[in-house]
Design a protein around this ligand. Structure first.
Ligand SMILES: [Zn+2]
Length: 179
């Protein structure tokens, strides 16, 4: 999967008037730099250049690679994060019952929870514009949930799926699974 070959983090190292060098951290403690010294010499020996050493010493602010979000329907009663994939966030969202008067409320709840997880609104809308017929604004969703509370499924029944939608106060944290 293409998402797996992205670096975990990246740093831009000022290089005078030239393009900054870019240091990246990869999985399994692999570090790379875009400077010629690292590319043409150190890469082969496995040594760190001064830029990588400086980054490891904490001399530069990490310019975090924008995190990838993968929102997908799952067998969950509420928005649930799978943290087994550190390079991107897999967010499982409950299925929205079609034709139910609570469907919109549940969708708003999920959108609200996604926002609380720090998922950019455009990623949230990318998923929910396919689920909802309307295109609510971020402010509308936030206001609605803060006024009415969140909606969660409370019970899993074999053969039926998730049932028992219940209003939950907004303070309650999302469930985390995995690491
Ligand atoms: Zn370097």
């Amino acid at each position: 999967m293409s998402k797996r070959i992205r670096p975990i983090r990246r740093w831009e190292i000022p290089n005078g008037k030239e393009k900054p060098y870019v240091v990246t951290e990869w999985h399994d403690s692999v570090w790379k730099c875009s400077c010629p010294h690292w590319i043409f010499r150190l890469q082969r020996t496995g040594e760190d250049c001064k830029h990588i050493i400086d980054v490891k010493d904490g001399r530069y602010e990490s310019s975090e690679e924008p995190r990838e979000y993968d929102i997908c329907p799952g067998n969950v009663g509420k928005v649930t994060v799978n943290t087994d994939t550190p390079q991107f966030l897999r967010v499982l969202v409950p299925l929205i019952p079609l034709g139910s008067h609570q469907g919109g409320w549940l969708a708003y709840t999920c959108m609200y929870d996604c926002l609380r997880l720090g998922i950019p609104w455009k990623n949230v809308m990318e998923y929910y514009s396919r689920v909802l017929r309307s295109k609510p604004t971020k402010a509308l969703v936030t206001e609605y949930i803060e006024e009415h509370g969140r909606l969660e499924y409370t019970q899993w029944v074999r053969g039926l799926g998730w049932i028992g939608l219940k209003t939950i106060p907004v303070e309650k944290k999302c469930q985390l699974i995995g690491r």
